[in-house]
Design a protein around this ligand. Structure first.
Ligand code: INS
Length: 531
């Protein structure tokens, strides 16, 4: 989205590019936003950005750290080696709980406030980290991962919402990609810490520190969020317009002085909320009676353009996960360990570093090349990387025998770390990860620009849940598929998904780069808008 065209506070009263019509003779939010956002962001906004970044960091750290943890646990849980099923459940329980919690977090955020949900998520992050660190059985570890999942699910939905409602308009759009950058930074940190602890710390305690350390950023964020205000929009809704005004003044850097802009913004939010309530009340009475919450779903699914937006957002989020990237994020150390690399955690760092570096590159390219075009270029490269990796695997060893230590059958690729095919697998994985980070790693999170404001939150919530559902499916099925189909065919399968996804993107995803939100959503008015 071209962030400079968004209003300071979400408003569905006005087209974002339409000339502003005044409310009670005071300048409205669009004019106000212009004033409020000129110049560089103030310290207050920078602190908020930093706080949001910590959430992305936690999301990344807690999803990334599992790779090194799985290869370091040894017999520490339930006095035996982990089976493939143990590893799959430990890993995917996080995404399952993120999936369960993310749609509900919007309800809680409306009721208790955005900030409270961030705080609750931090408490869960800390509890989950501690529980994992002290666990001595597989079920206890799974319980810890579930709590972390609930935290990630809540934070991945609420933090972007908090920032979007509080940040000046010209910085709002960029936060989407910056948040992904923080996620990949967290994953890289998890890999580095995972490698360092698995190499230099004691075997018994190293992995416990890995999972336990996630509590620290959460505590830091909890402390930061505690001194931050609730968003103006939520405050107005809760009948605290004076508090809301103070927050807007702080964001605008005019605290304690008279500021007509702040007054205008608060008036506009009040008006918008009144209008929303009135429309909802009217429709609910006519159509749903007591089922108030159904109205927004009716709106989302009842109109063709909303359904098309939802289909595209869910396609992109589903494809992001089903193309298999997180099987590398979660299991690359396991893969490199069964391939016989001497330091699997160090080798797997390549995945996280490549992902981070190319997300950084994507930041610079995404608006120039465009979302659709970057996907059309990068998905074929992903498929190529996957097919090359499949070829490399097929030369490693196709024999599968039961492993005496762990019931795994894929442990037979021992001691081939420096062979030609192993290097081919490594390089192909890098090609795959780099092209993922350029396109699919980022673009699906731009989901909100597809939805008109009236259904933006619920539409983004459903798309986010799709992401976690597909994430869960991949986490749960990757290792069993490696066992049942062989690594080569597993990678061929992901390449097939990429190819189907490419066809769908080509067919139904229009280019939205450089368009205002209004123009972008209008593309879907009478069809898919692909030219
Ligand atoms: O956009 C992010 C990013 O690409 C991460 O590296 C990945 O682990 C997440 O699943 C994804 O949502």
């Amino acid at each position: 989205m071209d962030s400079s065209q968004a209003p300071l506070i979400s408003s569905n009263r006005h087209d974002e590019d339409a000339p502003y019509d005044t409310v009670d003779d005071v300048p409205g939010p669009r004019a106000a936003a212009g004033k409020a956002t000129s110049g560089r962001p103030g310290v207050f906004v920078l602190i908020l950005t930093f706080a949001a970044g910590i959430s992305g960091l936690l999301f990344g750290y807690d999803t990334g750290v599992i790779s090194a943890t799985l290869v370091s646990i040894g017999k520490a849980l339930s006095d035996r080696d982990l089976t493939s099923m143990d590893k799959s459940i430990i890993t995917s329980s996080t995404s399952l709980f993120a999936l369960l919690v993310s749609p509900f977090s919007s309800l809680i955020a409306d009721r208790l406030g955005r900030k409270r949900v961030i705080l609750y998520a931090d408490v869960l992050f800390i509890l989950g980290a501690v529980l994992q660190a002290v666990s001595s059985t597989v079920p206890a570890m799974v319980a810890g991962r579930c709590i972390i999942g609930a935290a990630v699910g809540a934070a991945s939905f609420v933090v972007p919402l908090y920032i979007a409602e509080i940040a000046p308009s010209s910085y709002r759009g960029r936060l989407v990609t910056i948040n992904v950058l923080f996620i990949t930074l967290g994953q890289m940190a998890a890999y580095i810490i995972g490698w360092a602890l698995s190499t230099y710390a004691s075997k018994e305690t190293g992995w416990r520190w890995m999972v336990g350390l996630g509590a620290l950023p959460a505590a830091l964020q909890g402390a930061l969020v505690a001194v931050m205000p609730e968003t103006p929009r939520w405050l107005v809704k809760a009948g605290r317009s004076e508090d809301a005004k103070r927050v807007v003044q702080k964001v605008n850097g005019v605290q304690g002085r008279f500021d007509g802009t702040a007054d205008a913004i608060i008036k506009e939010i009040e008006l918008e909320i009144r209008e929303e309530d009135e429309t909802r009340l009217l429709h609910n009475r006519q159509t749903f009676g007591p089922w108030n919450g159904l109205y927004v779903w009716f709106e989302l699914l009842g109109e063709g353009k909303h359904r098309r937006a939802l289909a595209i957002a869910c396609l992109l989020q589903g494809l992001q996960q089903l193309s298999g990237f997180n099987s590398l994020m979660y299991f690359s150390a396991t893969i490199f360990s069964i391939m016989g690399f001497e330091s699997p955690t160090l080798t797997s760092l390549i995945v996280a570093v490549t992902n981070f570096v190319f997300t950084l590159v994507a930041l610079g390219l995404i608006d120039k090349i465009g979302r659709r075009r970057i996907l059309l270029y990068s998905i074929p490269l992903m498929a190529l990387g996957l097919l090359l990796a499949a070829g490399g695997f097929s030369y490693l060893s196709l024999e599968q025998a039961p492993d005496s230590r762990s019931n795994d059958t894929i442990s037979t690729y021992e001691s081939q770390g420096r062979s030609g095919p192993a290097i081919v697998v490594l390089v192909s994985i890098m090609i795959y990860v780099a092209s993922y980070a350029l396109g699919l790693g980022n673009v699906p999170w731009m989901q909100s620009e597809l939805f008109p404001l009236s259904v933006r939150s619920v539409g983004s919530g459903v798309a986010t849940a799709t992401n976690w559902a597909a994430n869960f499916a991949v986490g749960l099925t990757f290792l069993p598929m490696m066992d049942a189909l062989s690594p080569s065919w597993t990678f061929v399968l992901y390449a097939g998904i990429c190819t189907i996804g490419l066809g769908l993107v080509w067919r139904i995803y229009p280019e939205t780069a450089g368009l205002s939100l209004e123009e972008a959503t209008a593309l879907l008015d009478n069809g898919w808008g692909v030219r």
